[in-house]
Ligand binder design. Sequence first.
Ligand SMILES: [Zn+2]
Ligand SMILES: [Zn+2]
Length: 259
Amino acid sequence: MQIFDSHCHLDDPAFDRDRAGVIESARTAGVIRLMTIGVTPETSAQAVMLADEYPEVYASVGIHPHDAKTCSAPALEQLVQLTKNPKVCAWGEIGLDFNRMYSPQEQQEHWFIKQLELAAGLALPLIFHERDSNGRFLEILTHHGPPAFKGVVHCFSGTQKELEQYLELGLHIGITGIITLQSRGAQLRQLVSLVPAERLLVETDAPYLTPAPEKNRTRRNEPAFVKAVLLKLAEVRKEDPEKLARIVWENTNRLYSIN
Ligand SMILES: [Zn+2]
Ligand SMILES: [Zn+2]
């Protein structure tokens, strides 16, 4: 089984002691490609450095809604420069997060729109982060999204209506370890069968969101654990895990334009 962890944060200090070992464990588990995500200019630069260092690691660059308050035109220019590296395969994660409000709504929306406009000219797929935006995310995407864009709503945890609107827009749906969690994952388990197989991605969002059963053993999530997400997804959808793994692998490479 070949698995692509479509979203992780390998630059996180949680991996400082054993980053190479973590990538090696992923490989042993069949997780042979990893997309590491930028959320600020600094972490985006680190993501690109990791992609340069490890053949199986690819990078995205972007400003997370939490960090919108620190965004600026020069910061975005820095990210544009980073996209010249051939291992930068996506722009993100970008979007809106009104759950924790680490940045004011107005700034989140302003820099989300700016990044949508910027990405339109770069022809990169988009990685979206949405939480509790009460419809604003979809409104902005509909009005300011590039005319034709590819993307993934990472760590999907929305409603059926939102899911249907994402699918209508042609978006992919990123499934995390939430699907393995007993009560927090209940709604997600009901919705995942509505997603056509060719729109599914799996991800860890490591070092966050450790799936069960690894959760009982360690608090830190890591890319190797994305296999538990894939197996749970296949179980819930009543599909053959090997076959689903093949489809999801192809989806991820196609979205990120990796051969
Ligand atoms: Zn996110
Ligand atoms: Zn993330």
